[in-house]
Design a protein around this ligand. Structure first.
Ligand code: DSN
Length: 413
C-alpha cells in the first residue's frame, strides 16, 4: 500500500484511474504531453513546503539558499535554451505569463492587436470575458478565408488604423509556422511593442525547428507543459533592460510565493530540452503530425489550411457530416482524446463547433512513429465514419488498449 492509498483512498483511487486512462488511450489533445519521470519527481518534492517570495538573493523569507540555486538554474537554462537575455520562471501558467507582460507594458484602456480566438488565438489574447478583453481595447486579426494562413495585409492595415501599443503574435490552434519577423516589422513600423505567446510551439522553438521569436520580440511568453514537455506552468523571456519591470509585475504585482517545486520541474525540463535527444523528439512530433494529417485527409477530412507544419492540425468534421462535439464524444468512447474546436470562419457555436484539434506531442513522447500514426489515423476515421455506433467504438477501444499499452508512459510503471 502506498502512503497516499492509506491516507486518502478516494484521491489515490481517482489518480490510479487517471493513470490508467493516460496509459490505455491515445492522447491527442494538442496542448497536452507526458512529462518525464524526472520532472514528476522534482515536482513531487518537499520544495512544495517552501515560501520564496522575491527572487534569488532578494527573498522575503529565510532558508531560501537551496531554492535560490534552483530558480537560478531554471533561469540560466531557459536563457540558454532560447538564446534569451533574461527569464522570469515564476509565472504559474501561460495566462499568468501573458498577464505579467500586459501589466508591465500597458495601461487599462490601451489597445492591443492579437489573434482572434475563433481563428486560433487564446483567451488571453483579448477574449471579451477574459481579463485581457476587459482591461484593454482589443483589435483582432485572423487568417485569410482562402488559405487559412495569417493575413499579414490585415495585420498591417489594422496596425496602421488602430495604432496598438502592443501586438500579440502566437496562437493555440494554428497549424502553420508563424513568421515572427513579419510581426516585428509591422510592430516597428507603428512603434508598437511585440509579444509572442509561443506556448504551443515552444518545444519546437527549443529544438530549433520553428522560428525563434526571441530574436525579434520584446517579450516572449510560454507555458512549459505543451510541446516543451515540462510541468504545468509558465515563463517569460525578455531583454535585460525589461527585467526589473517584469519581475516587479510577477511579484509582488500578480503573484505571491512562486511554486518552487514547479520551478524545479521547469529547470529539469529546460535541461532535458537542451539535450540532443530532445531535437529528435521534436522532429518526430512534426513528422508524426504530417503523416497523421495525410492519413485524415485521405479519409475525406478537410484540414484547416490543408495540413500542418507543426504539432497540430484542425480537422473540419462537417465535411463528413459530423460536428466537433459529436466527433469528440465518439472518439472519447473509443479511447481517443481530442478537443472540439472552432475552425476559421466557423458557422457553428463554440460549444458545438465544426472542428476538432489534434496534436501529436504526447503520443510522440510514448515513442510512436509514422507507421503508428497511420494506424491512429485509421482508427480515427473508423470511429468518425460510424460516430453513432457504440459497437464500433468499443471494438476500436479494445484494439487501442492492446496497442497503447505497448508504449510506456513516463512515470507510470
Ligand atoms: N488551453 C490551452 C490549449 O488547450 O491550447 C491553451 O492555453
Amino acid at each position: 500500500m502506498t502512503t497516499l492509498q492509506n491516507v486518502d483512498p478516494e484521491i489515490w483511487s481517482a489518480i490510479e484511474d487517471e493513470k490508467r486512462r493516460q496509459t490505455v488511450g491515445l492522447e491527442l489533445i494538442a496542448s497536452e504531453n507526458y512529462t518525464s519521470a524526472a520532472v514528476l519527481e522534482a515536482a513531487g518534492t518537499v520544495l512544495t513546503n517552501k515560501y520564496a517570495e522575491g527572487y534569488p538573493g532578494r527573498r522575503y523569507y529565510g532558508g531560501c539558499q537551496h531554492v535560490d540555486e534552483i530558480e537560478s538554474l531554471a533561469r540560466t537554462r531557459a536563457c540558454q535554451l532560447y538564446g534569451a537575455e533574461y527569464a522570469n520562471v515564476q509565472p504559474h501558467s501561460g495566462s499568468q505569463a501573458n498577464m505579467a507582460v500586459y501589466l508591465t507594458v500597458l495601461q487599462p484602456g490601451d489597445t492591443i492587436l492579437a489573434m482572434d480566438l475563433a481563428h486560433g488565438g487564446h483567451l488571453t489574447h483579448g477574449m471579451h470575458l477574459n481579463f485581457s478583453g476587459q482591461l484593454y481595447s482589443v483589435v483582432h486579426y485572423g487568417v485569410r478565408e482562402s488559405d487559412q494562413r495569417i493575413d499579414f495585409d490585415q495585420v498591417a492595415s489594422l496596425a496602421r488604423e488602430h495604432k496598438p501599443k502592443l501586438i500579440v503574435a502566437g496562437a493555440s490552434a494554428y497549424p502553420r509556422e508563424i513568421e515572427h519577423g513579419k510581426f516585428a516589422e509591422i510592430a516597428k513600423s507603428i512603434d508598437a511593442l511585440l509579444m509572442v505567446d509561443m506556448a504551443h510551439y515552444s518545444g519546437l522553438v527549443a529544438a530549433g525547428l520553428h522560428d525563434n521569436p526571441v530574436r525579434v520580440a520584446d517579450y516572449v511568453t510560454s507555458t512549459s507543459h505543451k510541446t516543451l514537455r515540462g510541468p504545468r506552468s509558465g515563463f517569460v523571456l525578455t531583454r535585460e533592460e525589461n527585467a526589473r519591470a517584469l519581475d516587479r509585475t510577477v511579484f509582488p504585482g500578480i503573484q505571491g510565493g512562486p511554486l518552487v517545486h514547479i520551478v524545479a520541474g521547469k529547470a529539469v525540463c529546460f535541461h532535458e530540452a537542451l539535450q540532443p535527444s530532445y531535437r529528435e523528439y521534436a522532429q518526430q512530433i512534426i513528422d508524426n503530425a504530417r503523416v497523421l494529417a495525410e492519413s485524415l485527409t485521405s479519409g475525406g477530412i478537410r484540414l484547416a489550411s490543408g495540413g500542418t507544419d507543426n504539432h497540430l492540425m484542425l480537422a473540419d468534421v462537417t465535411a463528413i457530416g459530423l460536428s466537433g462535439k459529436i466527433a469528440e464524444e465518439a472518439l472519447d468512447r473509443a479511447g481517443i482524446t481530442v478537443n472540439k474546436n472552432m475552425i476559421p470562419y466557423d458557422q457553428r457555436k463554440p460549444l458545438d463547433p465544426s472542428g476538432i484539434r489534434i496534436g501529436t506531442a504526447a503520443l510522440t513522447t510514448r515513442g510512436m512513429k509514422e507507421d503508428d500514426m497511420r494506424r491512429v489515423g485509421k482508427w480515427i476515421l473508423t470511429v468518425l465514419q460510424s460516430a453513432d455506433d457504440h459497437t464500433v467504438a468499443d471494438n476500436v477501444r479494445q484494439e487501442i488498449e492492446e496497442f497503447a499499452t505497448g508504449f510506456p508512459v513516463p512515470g507510470i510503471e
